[in-house]
Design a protein around this ligand. Structure first.
Ligand code: SF4
Ligand code: SF4
Length: 309
């Protein structure tokens, strides 16, 4: 039995947006970047979170009575979990109203494998498989090193969705175990990359160059965020980088900004810095697609934009 564990925050079945066919996507916790437009704030931290739902709460106090560490603080805005909390989850289990939600779980290779293989018929019939996303899935590399060969034994197609900000040693050890890489490129200018994501893009570009030489199938994903990544200069620089270093990329997805994650920020009581950002206009998206054609990649898709403007 394999006892290696991963921290994950969601397993999404029937996904059609994370690689070919019907897929089950595993969202792993922890990310080395902090993009202003992050769509998965639950994945930023490696920690398992507790969230209090005020509307469900009946104010009975059972959670506080059961906490061995006295870590629940009742406020007018709802319950806050203090730094004394050890996420033992006793309060969540004791709550009669199901008003404390746990975001994240720790799972073994064997348990996750069993869950993923339940969808085997869907993978087979659709040309799909499993995608590891996040957060940044490569941060939990030992787990991937253990589970990917087990999925291969079952002939399951695996995609890794990565931001590429990971040591080249880890990148080169894990990535060849996948059949497809979804690789995020955001900003070519290093100064802007640092400003909007919190880290330099040097490592990301270095790993991208290796990926291009490796012959491993790759789809590139570029988030189009108005005011941050959507200027012609950025898309042209990325197109030329792809042309030079990733010429065999199978496709490029230009993913327009949307704010459907705003509710997740609210739940986690985190500020969402981009909450008033408008959607990408159709005319802008079509222009950026035309510029991206300079990469030479045949298939360029666009999604999430405001039609007719
Ligand atoms: S998870 Fe455990 S330690 Fe944390 S508040 Fe609940 S009962 Fe207390
Ligand atoms: S046990 Fe549940 S319903 Fe009762 S006060 Fe705590 S969170 Fe609210």
């Amino acid at each position: 039995m394999n006892r290696v564990t991963a921290k994950i925050f969601n397993i999404q079945t029937m996904s059609t947006e994370d690689g070919p066919g019907i897929r089950t996507t595993v969202f792993m916790k922890g990310c080395p970047l902090a993009c202003l437009w992050c769509q998965n704030p639950e994945g930023l931290s490696m920690k398992i979170h507790l969230v209090h739902h005020r509307l469900r709460c009946i104010g009975c106090g059972t959670c506080r009575e059961n906490c061995p560490r006295g870590a629940l603080i009742f406020t007018e805005q709802g319950i806050v979990f203090s730094s004394d909390c050890r996420t033992c989850l006793t309060c969540a289990k004791a709550c009669p109203a199901n008003a404390i939600r746990v975001i994240g779980e720790e799972i073994t290779v064997d348990d996750l494998l069993a869950r993923l293989l339940q969808d085997l018929p869907f993978y087979r019939n659709s040309g799909g498989g499993v995608t590891f996303s996040g957060g940044e899935c490569l941060l939990q590399q030992q787990f991937l090193l253990d589970i990917l060969p087990r999925l291969k034994e079952k002939d399951v197609h695996v995609c890794l969705d990565t931001c590429g900000y990971i040591s080249p040693e880890i990148f080169r050890e894990v990535v060849p175990l996948a059949q497809l890489v979804l690789y995020d490129l955001k900003l070519f200018d290093d100064e802007k990359h640092r400003l909007y994501t919190g880290v330099s893009n040097k490592l990301i570009l270095e790993n991208a160059c290796w990926l291009g030489r490796s012959g491993i199938p790759v789809w590139i994903r570029v988030p189009i965020i108005p005011g941050y990544t959507d200027d012609e200069e950025n898309i042209e620089a990325l197109a030329l980088f792809i042309k030079k270093n990733l010429p065999a990329a199978q496709r490029i997805d230009l993913l327009g900004y949307n704010d459907i994650c705003a509710g997740d920020y609210e739940k986690l009581r985190m500020d969402y810095p981009l909450k008033d950002t408008p959607r990408v206009k159709e005319s802008t998206m079509m222009n950026l697609r035309r510029i991206m054609e300079q990469s030479g990649v045949k298939e360029i898709t666009v999604s999430n934009f405001e039609k007719g403007v």
